[in-house]
Ligand binder design. Structure first.
Ligand code: AR6
Length: 174
């Protein structure tokens, strides 16, 4: 099932919380800053180890760490695309964020996963377009996996509106 929640993703109890990170994996502003602040230094420690082992995280890819003090088991850090007009593969890269994050969640036995609205803050991805990509990718994965629940945690009113419309509309196309 899919659930829409308005609020702060650091307060959500679930198996995995997804972070809209950057490729350095060393933290930043927005939801990334909030997750590291609330989760504590353990998350950054693991991120540093991952970077030392495999280098930075490319756009569209995802890595998994402890969730530290958050009420979740794991944080899945994924790097969304920076919006550059829409002709630089942004749609496909954003889709990859959702798919790769869900695959990591499945590999780690997660049944409930919470997503923020990746790329729709500092990275400037149009919110309506991002919501359609997110919902399509998640619906596809839910149909063929062990994941029981995906929560879309929207922080701003515009994202809430976009997701509410999409999730209640019986037919839509992208
Ligand atoms: N809970 C849920 N959603 C949130 C929260 C929160 N606590 N705080 C903000 N949002 P952004 P991006 C929403 O900018 O666009 C960072 O500096 C916010 O309303 O956090 O992927 C990273 O280090 C927006 O809709 O991520 C990268 O450098 C959404 O989260 C860069 O920003 C995403 O906004 C990534 O940019």
């Amino acid at each position: 099932m899919i659930e829409l929640i308005k609020g702060d993703i650091t307060k959500i109890t679930c198996d995995a919380v997804v972070n809209a990170a950057n490729s350095s994996l060393l933290g930043g502003g927005g939801v990334d800053g909030a997750i590291h602040r609330a989760g504590g230094p353990e998350i950054l420690e693991e991120c540093r180890k991952i970077v030392a082992r495999q280098g930075s995280c490319k756009t569209g890819e995802a890595v998994i760490t402890t969730a530290g003090k958050l009420p979740a088991k794991y944080v899945i850090h994924t790097v969304g695309p920076v919006w550059n007009g829409g002709n630089s593969g942004e749609d496909e890269k954003l889709r990859s964020c959702y798919i790769n994050s869900l695959n990591l969640a499945i590999e780690n036995g997660c049944k409930t996963v919470a997503f923020p609205n990746i790329s729709t803050g500092v990275y400037g991805f149009p919110k309506d377009r991002a919501a359609k990509i997110a919902v399509a990718a998640v619906k596809e994965a839910l149909n063929k996996s062990e994941i029981k629940k995906v929560l879309f945690v929207c922080f701003d009113d515009e994202n809430v509106k976009q997701y509410r419309e999409l999730l209640t509309s019986p037919t839509w196309k992208f």
